[in-house]
Each structure stands twice: as structure tokens, then as C-alpha cells.
Unconditional design. Structure first.
Length: 259
């Protein structure tokens, strides 16, 4: 075959291959990796976030962010950690958000941004069965009280009892998590424990403890996000809207007995 003709045929074949590749290139693109966000939780906070018997994170908030991630196109890694260090961990970029029943407060808003509220709670007081302690005793600081360090109950006791002089700081015992406080309550080291209503209800089941009553605080839960992560904040707010408008929201509330 004439070399000129052969060269021309090869050139045409190459052009055809390039044209075909150009037409089908969109279908052949490699899948883009999803963003991965590390979600900080309190691992001892049923029904919102806690660990099952196999050490896997579960709960109302855990399933909520997993659903939102799937809906909004990102992956999540759930990271249990100490509650009193969770906002510093967020600021230091060790995690990307806190989705674990965190109450929106002016003090926290100075450090982080919050999503729109997704739940409202009050504080519950637990005592031993047969205890003579009254809710007024707790409100007046007349007994030894227990709370999780850095939580809303801790703040309430500090502002309403210690700073007002109704109770000395020695009568407030602080713990890394509410489960430790409830254990000390059972062992008669303290007289009462205060924490969020759903958590107290869940945590005292099967124990010789009762819920004495509630203190109305009308706290709003939100997802905490770094102040400079405005795009992520928008994504989470959109995801919350979709979740609360979906059948999944009612399913989760029923599953974790939230009503």
C-alpha cells in the first residue's frame, strides 16, 4: 500500500477515536469522592448519641446526621469525645461539627455558629426511690447536686445557685458524663442529678431512681459548626429541613421514644 495512503488512513482512524472519546467522555468520568465530615458526639447521651453493645455509635442524632449526609451527598465519621472538650476540638478542626443534643446558648454562640434548632428540651431532676428531697430543695440549693461538666445543668446550677449565694460550690459535684453522676446518686454520694429530660428518662430505666420533676429551660438544640464554615452551615440547615419534612423524622422520633 502506498505510504501516503497508509498515513492518511491512520490519521483518520485517530481522529475518529478522539471524536468518539469526546462524545462519551462524560459517561466515563471517574466518580468524584464525597466530602467526609467528622461529627463529634457525646457517647453517653441516650437517646441522642450513645454506643451500642458492639461499640457502634447509635441514637436519634447519629441516625439524623447519617440520613442528612446521604441526602446531601457527604459521608460522616462519628467521633465520641469528652463533652467539656468538644467545642475546643471543633475550633481546632479535629472535628467538623457537633451533632449531639447541644443547647444553643449565648456563651457558645461567641465561639461557634449553630444550625437552626431541631429540638426543644427542659431539664429533669432525678433522685433515689424513696428520697425525701423535693424540687424546691434542688431549686434552693439545699442538697448535694450532681451534673455533667460543661452541660446546661452545670450552667444552671452555677448561675442560679452558686453565683447567687444559695449554695456553696462544694455542694455541686461535676462528672465527665451523666451516667457517672447517676451512679454516684445510686451510691448515695449525692442527693440529686439534673440533666436533659429525654436523657434522664432513658438513663434511669431499670435503676432504683425516679424523675422528681422538671425545671423549664426551653433549650433549643442545634448543630454546632465553626464560624468560618458558612457553606457547611447552609448544607446542614438544608439537610435539617429535608429531614424534618420526610417520613424519616417521624420514624426516628418513634424509634427513640422522643414524644
Amino acid at each position: 500500500m502506498n505510504m501516503k495512503i497508509l498515513t492518511a488512513l491512520v490519521s483518520v482512524a485517530i481522529l475518529c477515536m478522539l471524536a468518539v472519546a469526546g462524545c462519551t467522555g462524560t459517561d466515563n468520568k471517574a466518580p468524584v469522592d464525597k466530602p467526609l465530615y467528622v461529627v463529634g458526639i457525646d457517647g453517653d447521651y441516650p437517646p441522642y448519641s450513645y454506643m451500642d453493645e458492639k461499640g457502634n455509635p447509635i441514637g436519634f442524632d447519629v441516625e439524623s446526621i447519617q440520613w442528612i449526609g446521604n441526602e446531601m451527598g457527604f459521608d460522616v465519621k462519628i467521633q465520641p469525645m469528652a463533652w467539656d472538650g468538644i467545642i475546643p476540638a471543633l475550633q481546632q478542626k479535629k472535628i467538623d461539627m457537633v451533632y449531639s443534643g447541644m443547647s444553643i446558648s449565648p456563651e457558645r454562640l461567641e465561639k461557634v455558629n449553630f444550625s437552626k434548632p431541631y429540638w426543644i428540651v427542659n431539664q429533669a431532676v432525678a433522685v433515689r426511690e424513696g428520697s425525701t428531697v423535693t424540687l424546691d430543695d434542688v431549686k434552693e440549693g439545699k442538697v448535694v447536686l450532681g451534673a455533667q461538666r460543661g452541660c446546661t445543668a452545670h450552667d444552671w446550677f452555677d448561675k442560679n445557685l452558686i453565683q447567687t449565694g444559695k449554695m456553696t460550690a462544694d455542694n455541686l459535684k461535676l462528672y465527665d458524663n451523666v451516667q457517672l453522676a447517676l451512679t454516684d446518686l445510686q451510691n448515695k454520694r449525692i442527693d440529686a442529678v439534673m440533666y436533659d429530660v429525654p436523657v434522664i428518662k432513658e438513663s434511669i430505666e431499670g435503676k432504683p431512681l425516679v424523675m422528681l420533676g422538671e425545671i423549664q429551660t426551653d433549650e433549643e438544640y442545634g448543630v454546632a459548626i465553626r464560624k468560618d464554615d458558612t457553606e457547611l452551615l447552609t448544607t446542614i440547615n438544608e439537610g435539617l429541613d429535608k429531614l424534618m419534612a420526610s417520613p424519616k423524622w417521624e420514624e426516628l422520633k418513634q424509634k427513640y421514644d422522643m414524644e
